[in-house]
Design a protein around this ligand. Structure first.
Ligand SMILES: Cc1cc2nc3c(=O)[nH]c(=O)nc-3n(C[C@H](O)[C@H](O)[C@H](O)COP(=O)(O)OP(=O)(O)OC[C@H]3O[C@@H](n4cnc5c(N)ncnc54)[C@H](O)[C@@H]3O)c2cc1C
Length: 269
């Protein structure tokens, strides 16, 4: 039964509160945590809110972007410098949820959620984490794979904006709006001398957490960006994907349509 909600203004104080756990958790937008608390399906006794912590805001330095972990998804979608992320944000839940939901919380959303995390994986974002032992940097891929320690807080993410024309995103859903992912594809693909010079392709709906489609990336590099080469590379996705069955789609269906959505994302079909 929940007994306390702390609203610290200082990150050190928040960490001290989290160290009092187990039974203590960080509360960001609460879109995932609060339904669990309200339905009494957690052992939580205390929440530590990020609301008054200095974890909000978006900063741009040249092409480098830094986003505070407690920044809402709506704020990311509204930012004039992050227009390429607007389709990602608009594919997530509803405006109501996006006003509350945070960038940090999206990392810890179980699949088939975590669409912004998929995008940040393709962007090779760097995360900053603060805990009892101080501050550390970690690749977003590592945070997605290992999470953070119980008394650690993800404080911000940083990445470089992709060059014009190199960003690709699609999310296959059951409904056009407010639906979790069947397959999410985010990619940064750069061409030079008429062939693909570099490729980063990240997937949602392809396993217990967002993953890089390494075999697809390897097959794309050095080929021209044509329907044939993209189709052929996309067929390699099974090497990195372990699709699952849930209320939205079966593992069989996800495996079938994954190459199709990779092709559609990259070719803009
Ligand atoms: C109806 C509905 C539809 C949804 N649709 C989508 C969708 O289409 N796509 C999608 O991606 N997601 C979706 N979600 C999931 C969710 O809303 C988002 O992923 C959101 O970004 C979670 O953020 P939050 O701030 O609300 O997290 P919270 O609920 O506050 O926290 C979730 C977890 O993350 C931890 N956490 C939060 N911030 C930090 C931090 N800075 N450091 C360490 N731990 C942290 C919390 O302790 C908690 O364990 C949906 C949710 C709902 C309820």
């Amino acid at each position: 039964m929940l007994q306390h909600v702390f609203v610290p203004t200082d990150i050190g104080e928040a960490i001290d509160r989290l160290r009092e756990g187990p039974g203590t958790a960080l509360l960001a937008g609460g879109t995932l945590l609060m339904p669990a608390v309200n339905n009494d399906v957690t052992d939580l006794r205390a929440l530590v809110s990020t609301r008054r912590l200095p974890l909000q805001g978006i900063a741009l330095d040249g092409e480098r972007v830094q986003i505070g972990a407690a920044t809402s998804l709506a704020a990311v979608g509204d930012d004039q410098h992050l227009g390429f992320l607007r389709p990602v944000i608009e594919s997530i839940a509803s405006p109501l949820i996006r006003n509350l939901a945070t960038v940090g919380g999206n990392f810890f959303a179980p699949q088939p959620y975590g669409d912004l995390a998929v995008a940040l994986l393709a962007l090779e974002a760097e995360a900053t984490v603060v805990g009892p032992d101080g501050e550390r940097q970690a690749a977003v891929a590592e945070i997605l794979e290992r999470g953070v320690e119980p008394a650690e807080i993800l404080t911000k993410v940083a990445f470089s904006r992709p060059a014009s024309g190199s960003w690709f995103y699609t999310k296959a859903m059951r409904r056009k709006l407010n639906s979790a992912s069947i397959v999410t594809v985010a990619a940064v693909i750069e061409t030079g001398d008429a062939v693909i010079a570099s490729a980063r392709v990240a997937l949602g709906g392809a396993g217990p957490r967002p993953v890089r489609a390494r075999a697809v990336e390897a097959a794309l590099i050095g080929t021209p960006l044509t329907a044939e080469s993209v189709q052929s590379a996309a067929e390699r996705v099974s090497a990195d994907a372990s699709p699952f069955t849930d209320a939205y789609a079966s593992a069989w269906y996800r495996a079938r349509v994954m190459p199709v959505h990779i092709r559609r994302a990259i070719l803009g079909e």
